[in-house]
Design a protein around this ligand. Structure first.
Ligand code: SF4
Ligand code: SF4
Ligand code: SF4
Length: 358
């Protein structure tokens, strides 16, 4: 962990506990690092705070009202309360209002078990909403095979709008309409592909409820049914940390942990949705060599022997510079070093390059 200069250290009292923090942190950051639970719906550490959901409200001595902890800077000597009757009452009202305009289909919702709204309702013991009235219309989007949008479950937290703008730089969504019709939508309600979407799934990854979900994972396994297997994405040299969701020995989805890896929760379209090849019937699972015009399965030993013999023949008959090698960003530095060594020392050519330059 990074060492903190003394001048940056601050001390707060949170729920009568002395807690250390760093200048520049928000009250929510300090609480999270100290394992003090403050509920949130619109917060994502990848995004600038927006203070929209009003769930992370706290009480701070010397401050009026109930400031949102996600956008209030922590200062030395601050005295914070995160749990009180007033705060619980406020949070209950927020959740009850959200539930009054929410299609509660937890039975079949792919977010059940991972849904922040479901979790906070459970935590507060909310079994029904006392508020009644008009509900948002359901809305079908023709968005292709990857992303499901169901605005009947949207809680207007704005996370999809912000991640697409702040992290992805795509600006696919904006807040459209006003008042009750307010939605995080594409311009003129167009399909995602027509609005410049890269199908990275970042908006799905940040949506705290079931309004945005992965179509590839639909009905394939709830969070508590899958095994989570953390690995390194094999698609490019960035080496993002990816967490595959595995059920019955098959990958059914991919995500990225927020707190680890170079990517800190972010993935591109290939990392998030490009796992279908693992179980694809066309996937090559054994080396093939051509015999009498037909590709036939063989062992790695025999395949390498065929390649080595042909490379040697071409080098001897036509000269070493008739051979070229193209390596991969998916290999380690050591593997790439050995590859160029093979081309230079065994074949005798400097014709060696790397896919990252293409
Ligand atoms: S989004 Fe959450 S609360 Fe809504 S139906 Fe899905 S699991 Fe239930
Ligand atoms: S998939 Fe990526 S580019 Fe498309 S709307 Fe979501 S965040 Fe934006
Ligand atoms: S779609 Fe999801 S992320 Fe976007 S505003 Fe609605 S609830 Fe928030």
């Amino acid at each position: 962990m990074r060492s903190v200069p003394d001048s940056d250290r601050i001390t707060l009292t949170i729920d009568r506990r002395r807690v250390e923090g760093r200048s520049g942190q928000t009250v929510l950051d300090v609480c999270r690092e100290a394992d003090i639970r403050v509920p949130t719906l619109c917060h994502d550490p990848r995004l600038e705070p927006s203070g929209a959901c009003r769930l992370c409200l706290v009480q701070i001595e010397g401050m009026r009202g109930f400031p949102p902890s996600c956008s209030t800077l922590a200062t030395d000597g601050m005295v914070v309360t995160t749990v009180s009757e007033d705060l619980t009452e406020l949070r209950r009202s927020v959740v009850e209002l959200l539930l009054s305009d929410h299609e509660l289909s937890c039975l079949t919702c792919d977010s059940a078990g991972a849904c922040a709204l479901q979790n906070i309702a459970y935590e507060l013991g909310i079994t029904w909403s006392p508020f009644d009235g008009e509900r948002h219309r359901t809305w079908e989007a023709a968005d292709g095979a990857l992303i499901e949008r169901d605005y009947a479950k949207c809680i207007a937290c704005g996370r999809c709008v912000r991640i697409c703008q702040e992290v992805q730089g795509c600006n696919v969504y904006g807040f459209t309409d006003r008042g009750f019709e307010f939605l995080p939508n594409t311009p003129y309600g167009s399909a995602l592909a027509d609005a410049g979407c890269e199908f990275c799934g970042q908006c799905v990854s940040t949506c705290p409820v079931g309004a945005l979900t992965d179509k590839l994972s639909r009905f394939k396994g709830r969070l508590w049914e899958v095994q989570r297997v953390e690995t390194t994405c094999g698609y490019c040299g960035v080496g993002c940390t990816v967490e595959y969701r595995v059920k019955d020995g098959r990958i059914v989805g991919a995500a990225a942990p927020l707190e680890r890896g170079v990517n800190r929760g972010n993935l591109c379209a290939k990392g998030r949705y490009g796992w279908g090849f693992t179980h694809h019937p066309d996937r090559l699972t054994a080396p093939l060599v051509r015999k009498d015009g037909e590709l036939v399965e063989t062992s790695w030993h025999d395949a390498i022997a065929v390649v080595a013999a042909n490379l040697a023949r071409i080098r001897d008959e036509h000269g070493p510079d008739t051979v070229a090698g193209l390596s991969s960003a998916k290999c380690t530095n050591e593997e790439n070093y050995l590859f160029q060594k093979l081309l230079r020392a065994a074949i005798g050519t400097h014709n060696v390059d790397h896919c990252a330059r293409l």
